[in-house]
Structure formats: C-alpha cells, structure tokens
Design a protein around this ligand. Structure first.
Ligand code: SF4
Ligand code: MSK
Length: 667
C-alpha cells in the first residue's frame, strides 16, 4: 500500500499530518488516505451521468454524444440528470446547515423561556443588532423578551408557507435583491425550498435544466441567507461574537501528562459546555485523582473553529486529521455530534484506548458510546462525558505516533471585528478596506473555504493558493477546513504578512495589525463573508451590489454536499466561485455552461470546477482583475499604489473612541 500511495501522491501535504500518517502506514493502520486509493470513484456517478431517482434505473447516460443521444428509461436527458444530481447535493447541504441553525434557535428560545439554565445571552449588543434587523423593538425591554421574539421570528423562516421571503435576504444590497426577484430565486422558507427541490428532482417532474438550476440557487440562498446566517448570529448571541484570539493548531496540541479530550463535528452547544467543564475545579480534581496533571481540551473540524475563535481552544486540524489525531495514542475521548465525522474513527480508536462518544440524538455510530446531549441538562451531561475521558486516562497504552509540531494562530475575525478594526467601536466601517482596494494596495479578496480532501495531498492546494494569493496582494478570508489547513501550516499569524505578502497587502496588514489570512470561523460562518461583501457594497467606491466586486470564492479541496450549497449561494449572491477537483456535472456541457456563463450574466456569480491548482489561481486573479477594470479602479501593479489614504492604526482608533458617542449600528 505504501508504494501505491507514493505513486498516487496521496497522504497529507501538511508535514506533521504526513508524519503521523507515515507512522500509521508502518503500523498497518489504514486511514482515509489508504481507503481513497482502494475505493476509486465510479466515473459515471462522479461526472453526474448516473440517475437513480427511480427503480427503472439506475440509468447511466454514457457513450459517444451522450448529451444529445442518450436518455434514461423515462427519457430524461443528460443535462436533466446532471442538474437534478447537483440540486440534490445542494438540498442536502442546505438541510445540514439549516438543521444545525434550527437547533441554535431552539436553544435561544429555551434560554429565553428559562428552560436551558446552563446557557445565557452572552452578547446582548449582538442580540439588539439582530432584533434591529428583524424590526423587533429592543429598547427598554427585558433582554429575554427580546431574545424570545428574535427566536420566534427566525423560527418562522424555516416553515414559512405563504408569501414573503426569508427575513435576512433584506440584508443583501438592493441591487442583489432585485436580481433575485427578477429571476424568481428569492427564498421563501428554508424547509419549503428543500422540499420543493426534492419534489422537482423526483421522477417525472421538472426536466428543464435551467429551470431546475434556478431552484437550486433559490435553495442555496435559503442556506446562505437563512441557515448559515441564522446559525452564525445565534451562536454569537449565545456564546459571544468572536474577536481575535491566540490559539495553537496542529497535531502537536496533545499533552502527555493531561487528559486529552477532543470535541469534533459542527454544533457548538455541547462543545461550549465542555469548555466550561474542562476548567471546572471538581473535574480538575477528579482528573488529578486519576494521575493526570490537568485537562487539555482540543477541537477538530468546525467545532474546533467555534471554540478556537471564542476561547482560544487548540485545534488539531480539519477533516483529514480526525483519524490521525487518534493515532497519537494520547486522545482519551473524542465526542462527535454531526457532519464530517468519519465513522472510521471508531475502528482506529479500537487500536488505542480512545473512547468515541456520539452526543447528538440525530447521529449514532455502531461501536461508539452514545451519551445524548440535552440542552436542558447541559452541564450535567458534559460532566458525565468528561468523566468518561478522565476514567480512561489510566488506560493509555504507550503505542502511538508522536508529533510535536504546533503553530500559533491569530483567529476569530468576525465581521463586526473587521468593521471595528477599521475605525473603532463607534465609527466602525469598511472604508479603509474599500480604499485599499481602490488604491490597488489590496488587489482583491478571496474567500478560501471548504474541506480538505484525501483524494489530493490534503491541505496542499489550500497551502499553495494561500501563499500565492497573498504574495499577489490578495487578502484572504478563510473558514472551515480552509482555516484549519492554513492554521496547521502556521499561516494564521501577522508575521505571515511580513514574510510572504505582497508590498501593498503587507502595508495594510501592518497598519491594522492583522494577518493576511483572516480566520472567520466555521463552515456556517461563510455567512460572515456575505455580510462583509454587503457592507463593502454599502460603503461605496466599489460595486453597489455583491456582484462585480474584485472578490472570488475558492473551495479547492471540497468534498461535502454542504460545500455545494455554499458555492451555489455565493454564485447566486454575485461571487464567482471556483471549486477544485473534477466537476460533479462534468458529463453535461449544458449544465456547465449555465453555471458559468448564464449565472454570470444574470447574477454576476458563477460556479466553476477546476482540478489544476495553477489554473484555479489564474482564473481567480483574472476574475479579480476584470472586476477591477469594470469598476474603473486603478490597474493593479505590484508595489505601485496611490498613497493618499492613510490607514487607521490602533492609537488613532483609540483617540476616535474617546471622542465618540455610542450607538447601536444596524448592518
Ligand atoms: Fe432512469 Fe428516469 Fe428513473 Fe432516473 S428517473 S432512474 S433517468 S428512468
Ligand atoms: S468541517 S464541510 S470538511 S469544511 Fe465544516 Fe471541514 Fe468541509 Fe466538513
């Protein structure tokens, strides 16, 4: 297997991860990297040419001139089949984010009703901001009453049946909203769009690829401006809006002499309780009684991003690090909730002493322990789970790969903080960023997001694009496993700007004191990018809508259906998006044309699939430069920019704050 692996260039591109992987290969422990070699994807399904939407099939629409000449038993064309496949991925991705969001809103409601005593409203200012957006009166009212109204209003977005559209769609620039209206893709209710997509993609319903894809965009908008944005907001309200934190990232975060507990998955509710419990004196005393010096909490995947950016809890990395972390032999327990959890971690854990604990009522894994989380008894359950890890500490075996590398990271750039750092608390704005783009110091902005993937040397394309883009003065905002890929490579530090960023971007980063790659959070926090883009449009000087900005989204190693939903909502909002890897609709030229040319014409966004990292880079820069030219901005030339605008440093910001009066801004 090892030889095959080298030939196929699999494994991780991250040195620490690859070291652990090599240790696993030596000890005959298979991981996703080996399984990716053994399990080749079916080329027909991979290209979107297989339909199994009824039991007359599966129909495989392959062969010469398949697009023109071959149909399924029912007569469905290749374009119909490919479009339907993409839509179902989008609906599944939307469901995942939105079901997560529903859980957050229900918890907010439980807090407001006094039924979830272990949680509280942490960020009242953010609650008021959200109330303002929803036209809910907040001044002079009890905080919990406002919270109840916010929760009930947002809950309506899930099941709205008649008239209207999602509350948050009005946060988009007017012109962007008008495009949605014109093309009939303003989302109504989140659940409704998902159900309609499932209906329209069933046998014998909608067969027009363009018409189908429009419904896909409407569903994805329900994800971006619904599920994701709601989840981000409620998480901030309950646990605090992130501001920069120092953290540690990579597989070297585990401690030999402490109980190591990993929170993995996506939903922050249980993880937040584990943060509390990990410093609880009773738990620490219990850990000591078992011979441990303390409790070391770490995170994995997007749960890691949630607790990293609010509490500085160390992250062991992204998706492809989950088995590798267990192979350290130091993880006493790992809790998992939902999404991106490989069931394989149970098998790997059997080789060590690690306990795998599922905590979500929706997700069990055979062979794992199940301790169900209930927000009404949150702390009690968190303690029960932590005790499993502590009791397991004495069972550690000596076996395990040892990696000591870890990197410092500055994380937690919420859109509110990005606004703040550009003008202080009372005069927060996006003016300096817009000015820097206009002057050519910052060439453009790239959202580097999405998963890492064992079918390529994982994290490698993220690493390549991150370094190349900042060299070319492109500011990066990162989320999800894109953030993990950057953080575990040591890229999330301000020093990265000094060493690698182009001269313009470096000047901006030095003036504001930020890294050139801004960690924005988890996958649902891609909604923060929508908010930032809307604020930039409102600020003026660039495009007056999200479309037309010198901005691109890239998910170079995507694998999840959630990534498809995210890519589509950015495209529908006006952002050209480039995904790595082979296209899941490559079989249909027509679907590919619609997603690239037709969507760009209608929405100024697009969805490309491009496996070659160099071409991804070139395409992204081309979009950025063409947008600059269309906006009649100064032509980007490295090292040459207008110097008239001075960025505000910390001292200037404090001066402004002293003089200013408070207000509650509504974005
Ligand atoms: Fe085949 Fe049509 Fe059934 Fe799909 S819906 S499996 S194309 S017969
Ligand atoms: S965890 S969806 S692998 S980003 Fe959000 Fe990472 Fe992709 Fe899962």
């Amino acid at each position: 297997m090892a030889e095959e692996r080298k030939e196929a260039k699999t494994g991780s591109a991250n040195p620490a991860s690859e070291k652990m992987h090599e240790w696993g290969v030596e000890h005959k422990i298979d991981t996703c990297f080996e399984r990716a070699q053994k399990m080749k994807p079916c080329p027909i399904g991979h290209a979107g040419a297989c339909c199994k939407h009824c039991h007359m099939g599966p129909c495989r629409l392959v062969g010469k001139n398949a697009e023109e000449e071959i149909t399924g038993v029912c007569g469905a064309s290749l374009a119909t089949v490919s479009a339907r496949n993409l839509l179902r991925m989008c609906a599944a991705g939307t469901s995942a984010h939105s079901d997560h969001a529903r859980g957050m809103v229900e918890t907010l409601l439980a807090v407001a009703n006094g039924e979830a005593k272990d949680f509280k409203i942490t960020d009242v200012r953010k609650l008021y901001r959200v109330a303002g957006i929803l036209n809910i009166e907040f001044e002079g009212r009890a905080v919990l009453d406002v919270a109840r109204d916010v929760a009930n209003t947002l809950l309506e977005d899930f099941g709205r049946q008649h008239g209207g559209q999602l509350n948050y769609t009005k946060r988009a620039p007017k012109k962007t909203q008008e495009r949605w209206k014109k093309w009939g893709i303003a989302p109504r209710g989140i659940d409704r769009e998902v159900v309609e997509t499932m209906h329209r993609t069933a046998i014998g319903v909608d067969h027009d690829p363009d018409h189908l894809l429009l419904q896909g965009l409407r569903t994805s908008l329900a994800d971006g401006w619904g599920g994701c944005m709601i989840s981000t907001d409620i998480t901030d309200i309950l646990f605090g809006t992130p501001s920069p934190q120092k953290g540690r990232m990579s597989l070297g975060i585990f401690k030999e002499d402490e109980v190591n507990f990993i929170v993995h998955g996506h939903e922050p509710l249980f993880a937040e309780m584990m943060v509390e419990v990990s410093s609880d004196p009773e738990m620490l005393a219990y850990a000591k009684s078992k011979g441990a010096k303390g409790i070391n909490l770490g995170g994995m995947c997007c749960t890691a991003n949630e607790v990293l950016m609010r509490h500085g809890i160390a992250s062991a990395g992204g998706f492809t690090n989950q088995e590798l972390g267990i192979m350290s032999g130091l993880v006493d327990a790992i809790s998992v909730d939902v999404q991106c959890i490989m069931p394989a971690i149970v098998e790997v854990s059997k080789k060590f002493h690690t306990k795998v604990i599922t905590t979500n009522p929706k997700a069990k894994i055979p062979g794992a322990m199940h301790i169900e989380f209930d927000e009404h008894r949150a702390k009690e359950i968190a303690k029960e789970v932590m005790k499993v890890a502590i009791d397991n500490f004495p069972n550690r075996k000596t076996m395990g790969g040892r990696v000591s590398e870890e990197f410092p990271a500055v994380v937690g750039f919420s859109h509110e903080y990005i606004e703040y750092m550009q003008g202080g608390r009372w005069r927060a704005s996006f003016r300096p960023l817009n000015d820097a783009i206009m002057a050519g110091r910052v060439r453009g902005v790239v959202g580097l997001a999405g998963c890492d993937n064992p079918r390529v040397p994982s994290t490698g394309i993220h690493r390549f694009l991150a370094t190349e883009l900042i060299k070319k003065d492109v500011l990066i905002v990162s989320t999800g496993c894109g953030s993990a890929a950057c953080g575990t490579s040591g890229y999330l530090t301000p020093e990265m700007a000094l060493e690698n960023a182009g001269p313009g971007l470096r000047e901006v980063c030095e003036a504001i004191g930020i890294p050139p790659i801004l960690h924005l959070g988890s996958c649902v926090d891609n909604s923060r990018i929508l908010t930032i883009a809307s604020a930039m449009a409102e600020e003026g000087g660039l495009s007056d809508e999200i479309g037309g900005m010198p901005a691109v989204g890239i998910a170079p190693e995507w694998m999840s259906e959630k990534a498809i939903a995210i890519g589509m909502y950015f495209a529908a909002s006006g952002v050209p998006v480039i995904f790595g890897g082979e296209s899941p609709v490559s079989a249909s030229k027509e679907v590919t044309r619609i997603m690239t040319e037709v969507w760009f014409e209608r929405f100024r966004g697009a969805l490309h699939f491009e496996p070659d990292p160099e071409k991804i880079l070139a395409l992204a820069l081309d979009y950025i430069d063409k947008a600059r030219a269309a906006l009649k901005l100064r032509k980007y030339e490295p090292g040459k920019f207008a110097t008239e605008k001075i960025l505000m440093d910390m001292a200037a910001r404090r001066e402004l704050e002293k003089a200013a009066k408070p207000h509650i801004g509504i974005y």
